[in-house]
Design a protein around this ligand. Structure first.
Ligand code: R5P
Length: 309
């Protein structure tokens, strides 16, 4: 087995290789003046099982092109099998037509991933549970929820006095799973409306159909744990924190798998009501995007466990 990395998340690729008892195999990734890429695998891969690690944020367009070229290079060089580890699969939020006339970006990405010729794709915490069904190649869909449950138990011996909060209705399945991992901790979901043209968010009420959520508040839970698949601008988290504070919650912690973290996210998360923001290393976070409340948990072990040949 040989592990190659694109340029988007080398620290995670190195951890994966190390846990497999390997070093990253060398690749040359050259950027032309007009931003085109040339990719070359610099090791013999004939009859080898190849792992290519490439996340697709930030710069999803460049990172996807690198991934496509790495897969092509491995295939042309005689690899026995090619597994792409794409911890964060960019464009997954545009998985259907929201407004007439829009492209379904994810559909285009899936068709291209299949066409370049990989045998398997491993990814983590997709935005929607339905996405794997859209692929015709095998998908391994991992989750960071087990890592989050472990961290919550470690941090809060009284974790049963918490309430899990999905900041939007799309995350209900996620918090139900986490609740099961935490022996049935109460949960609730916020009804979030986002203006698709401006990006403005309004999160001003809790879903009324989740009895466990109401029970959590009746039990006077003082700690809320917000769980989401990704943080981009941070506005969803801030809106959820504000609503929770208005409802008497004293302590708020955030767990989100993918730190997409746009430029404004650092400031607004650091000054938010959340006491800590836990994310994973599915996306590499440069120093300039890090902030004091941020803590990064690694998904390397989960990925390695899934790399069974
Ligand atoms: C949306 O459905 C996702 O689950 C996240 O809540 C969203 O992408 C976060 O975006 P932002 O940080 O920009 O509010």
């Amino acid at each position: 087995m040989k592990v190659f990395s694109g340029s988007s998340n080398k620290p995670l690729a190195e951890k994966i290789a190390k846990k497999l008892g390997l070093e990253l195999s060398p690749v040359e990734i050259f950027t032309f003046p007009d931003n085109e890429r040339r990719v070359r695998i610099e090791e013999d891969v004939v009859d080898e099982d190849i792992i290519i690690v490439q996340s697709t944020s930030p710069n999803p367009n460049d990172n996807y092109m690198e991934l496509f070229f790495l897969v092509d290079a491995a295939q042309r060089s005689g690899a026995k099998s090619i597994t792409a580890v794409v911890p964060y699969l960019g464009y997954q939020r545009q998985d259907h037509v929201f407004r007439t006339g829009e492209a379904v970006s994810l559909d285009v990405i899936i068709k291209t991933l299949e066409a370049v010729g990989m045998d398997k794709l491993i990814t983590i915490d997709l935005h929607s549970i339905k996405i794997p069904e859209l692929f015709k190649i095998p998908i391994v869909h991992l989750t960071a929820l087990g890592i989050f449950a472990g961290k919550i138990k470690e941090l809060f011996p009284d974790y049963k006095n918490s309430i899990l909060v999905s900041p939007d209705m799309g995350g209900i399945r996620r918090i139900k799973i986490l609740s099961e991992l935490l022996d049935g901790v109460a949960y609730t979901a916020i009804v979030k409306d986002r203006d698709l043209a401006t990006g403005d968010i309004s999160s001003n009420r809790f879903d009324q159909d989740l009895p466990a959520g109401r029970q959590g508040f009746q039990n006077n839970a003082k700690r809320a744990i917000i769980v989401d698949d990704m943080i981009s601008t941070g506005r969803t988290i801030v809106a959820a924190c504000d609503l929770l504070i208005q409802n008497g919650i004293a302590e708020i912690f955030v767990f989100a798998t993918h730190p997409v973290l746009s430029n404004e996210a650092k400031g607004i998360l650091q000054s938010s009501k959340a006491l800590k923001v836990f994310v994973t290393d599915s996306i590499d976070i440069p120093d300039e995007k890090r902030f004091n409340k941020l803590e990064v948990l690694s998904v390397a072990e989960e990925i390695v466990k899934s790399l069974k040949f």
